[in-house]
Design a protein around this ligand. Sequence first.
Ligand SMILES: [Zn+2]
Length: 423
Amino acid sequence: MTNSEATDRVLTEVEAGRDEILAFTASLIRIPTVNPPGECYRDCAELIGERLSGSGMDVEFVEAQNRPEHTTEHPRVNVIGRLEGMASRPCIHLNGHFDVVPPGDGWKLDPFGGEVRDGRIYGRGASDMKSGIAAAAFAVEAIRRSGVSLSGSVELSGTVDEESGGYAGVAHLCKAGYLAAERTDYVVIPEPFGPDRICVGHRGVYWFDVIAEGRVAHGSMPHLGRSAISDIGVLLYEIRAKLEPELASRISVMPVVPEEARHPSINVNAVWGGQVSEDQQSPCVADRCVVTFDRRFIREESLDEVRREVAQVVAAVEQENEGCSFRIEERMSVLPTQAPQDSPLISALSKAIRKVQGSEAELVASPGTYDQKHVSRLAGVDHCVAYGPGPLEEAHQPDESCSVDDIVTSAQVMALVVLELVG
Ligand SMILES: [Zn+2]
């Protein structure tokens, strides 16, 4: 079979499987894999496993045994399928997380119904990212049906907990050696960037708390105490007046979307303070206040610089306000990551998008992180990008949906990429 015959056959097989792809997406949506706390993971892993076995893949279930969040009530079960051609390398790995965020309020449709209306499928995970998993699974299935034999190998994994950091999911697969530079050449994560956009990486994260210690006193005599809330107030003002404009003046060369997110940012995620408990307030001066910050940084900034800059603002407020005392505690940090610009994975995807969509691929970067961080840092696989169906804007929203055409198109693109790189 010539290359162009193989291409045509695979494209035809994906299109012919349209109803099956849709039915599989719906069946994934109907399993409420809500995280937190991590419901129904085993059921969903088994459903994906069944699909992969049907495509002739060797299927293995990988539980995150050593992780504290892996419990009897909420086991962390990942699934991985492998189809080996003439050789084990090159190997392309398609990975999707099957956990979803809680549905929240505001739905007009059943969040776990998987209903189809006017060419769109609805439900929690329709965009982020059960459609992507279905598209990837049928990309592999279409290759099997077309009778094309592969020279390398293809793997597909369904993983847990991306929405809470991915430690029992992709990070676990990396640490256990399933994803590793010694065996994996390319990784595609079908997160919902849309059928003609390739996401080459993401910004970094520095999450930290600032804890203010004051002195308790009677609320009628505040001069006898020191309000930790007031001190945090001064800090918040300084951050808005000085740090925010400074961050807004920096810009990344990475093609982060939306455009505004090409600048670094800082958000106040939460503030706790005072002796308030369960709607009962006590008439005291607040001796403690904690604020959680979410600082997103660009490739042009180093994590050390980011930490130092924050520490300087905090120290300056302490210095200018006698008796003011802060402590910084780091919660989490993630470095920015980006696939090499000349990656064969990016050119294969661009070529496939041109063939299937008839348009030039747009290269973008994500404002927030996703499992690519683990693939690049833990597994050491740089040739990793996100490509998948669904509007990013609908992720985590009520009435989340995905265009059925986009699911089919993305499956075609992924199938061609597998052919190009390991066919
Ligand atoms: Zn996602």
